[in-house]
Design a protein around this ligand. Structure first.
Ligand SMILES: [Zn+2]
Length: 61
């Protein structure tokens, strides 16, 4: 699968996930910044970086 196809598949999966759980995988859960579906960190944690993830889970206040 090439990069473009992978992106398409992930976007589709994200939209499906949003419909099912209401969780938006295309935007950072913490700051709302647009996420790159092909960035493994973004995809896995749903945040744009470790700082936002830390805020989300309560590591930073
Ligand atoms: Zn963020």
């Amino acid at each position: 699968m090439n990069k473009r196809q992978r992106k398409k598949v992930r976007k589709k999966a994200a939209i499906q996930h949003y419909k099912e759980s209401g969780e938006d995988l295309l935007h950072c859960e913490q700051c709302g910044k647009k996420l790159d579906v092909l960035n493994e960190y973004h995809w896995k944690w749903g945040t744009c970086g470790s700082y936002c993830y830390g805020k989300l889970v309560g590591v930073y206040y």
